[in-house]
Design a protein around this ligand. Sequence first.
Ligand code: ADP
Length: 482
Amino acid sequence: MSSKYLRDSSYIDGKWFNSKSNRYFDVLNPATGTILSRVNDIEPTDVELAIQAAERAFPSWSKMTSKERASIMRRFYELIIENADELAAILTQEQGKPLSEAKTEIIYGASFIEWFSEEGKRLYGDIIPSPIANSKIIVEKSPVGVCAFITPWNFPSAMITRKIGAAMAAGCTCVVKPAHETPLSALALAALAEEAGVPKGVLNIVTGTDSHNIGRVLCDSEIVRKVSFTGSTDVGKILYRQCAATVKKISLELGGNAPFIVFPDADLDAAVSGAIICKYRNAGQTCVCANRFYIHEDVYDKFASKLADKVRKLKVGDGLDKGVDIGPLITPDALEKVRSHINDALGQGAKLIEGGDTHDLGGSYFKPTILGNAMEGMLIAKEETFGPVAPLFKFKDIDDVLRQANNTQFGLAAYFYAKDLALINKVYNGLEYGMVAVNTPILSTEVAPFGGVKESGIGREGSKYGLDDFIELKYVLLGGLE
Ligand code: ADP
């Protein structure tokens, strides 16, 4: 692979940094199993250097006017957009998603840098009428300080920009630990940030395989004032506990188990097209993708057959090839999880409608799958499958489908299709989720608050609310006034 934005070491204090250990780890192309690059494996103790660099950069970055920060961030955004094709090619090769999806991710990711560069200018405080004579109450917003970010492999670019956009705009400095499966997109972002004039130490990227100990260093540090994580609920809980010792602020964007409900009055063709996007995008490896399809009994057979017609036409292959809809899963382990969920469901009476097994291409390619007759007790109803499997549950009653949809410890995204306004109102009020999409399959945008309730997380990313996670309120009581 060649690109002027390919790098193979960490980025600390404005320099490309190799750990003395001189150990490297392989970055594989999941489509072919070939080695794309060998990236320097940082020693957890070296992560301290990145934290210190961020601490040194904080005073000048936070004191810069928001307009100055905005113009640097604007340049960063423009450079990402100018190089979107090149960045998309890197992303597809290390992650596996089709090139068109990779490009969509790059543009979506860049939108957070653009949005927050603008929002940073609007971090207004308050002057509150004081109940105390001769005084004034002032509330100011200030950046929390050095922030650490731990990000996953399923959106190697956008999960970083969504966090650092808000942090940098608020005046914070950053240490990012990307997933070791997909470090190249993260390093490419650092190269672009450097070109855009982001001062040294404001954005540091540490690449390594010892995630547990790197995470420990970030959580134990007294300099780091905030940790923001996107990934599995299990790891999120570990980080939450680890942050207790230093009472850090924490944002968590964890697992989901999204329901996708189709009511009898829905536009069925729109629901089927929506299901394809919502389920099979990124081979089902997104935290907001539909995991459980609840279809009203009056339209169940029709929905199932229309969905099967479309799924049969989906082309599986290397994301770089033209016309490919579904790439490989990230690793063979991911494929085993998908297979185990399918086998568990079939063992408990589910019916195979489409797919169901590994793809003839081998490796970690899996056939897009539909299961009928799915039931509440199955693994697929309880856990996030993170693969291209659509289990169809038949329902009769609105209250019962709401109960089933909410019967999970997760509460990230939910989708439903219906036309009746009173029904729509009842259903979105009844869904215990941070985000609800009605009659549309994609809800992520930089202008809306992304995040979950229950064990799906803490905090919101994007929108004017996204900045709140990176600011402290300072209350000043000005007394002794005339
Ligand atoms: P996924 O299942 O998507 O790989 P993970 O939660 O395992 O989700 O990984 C998300 C990110 O968390 C990755 O960058 C990974 O390296 C990192 N990670 C995994 N385990 C730990 C840990 N114990 N402490 C800190 N980070 C971790």
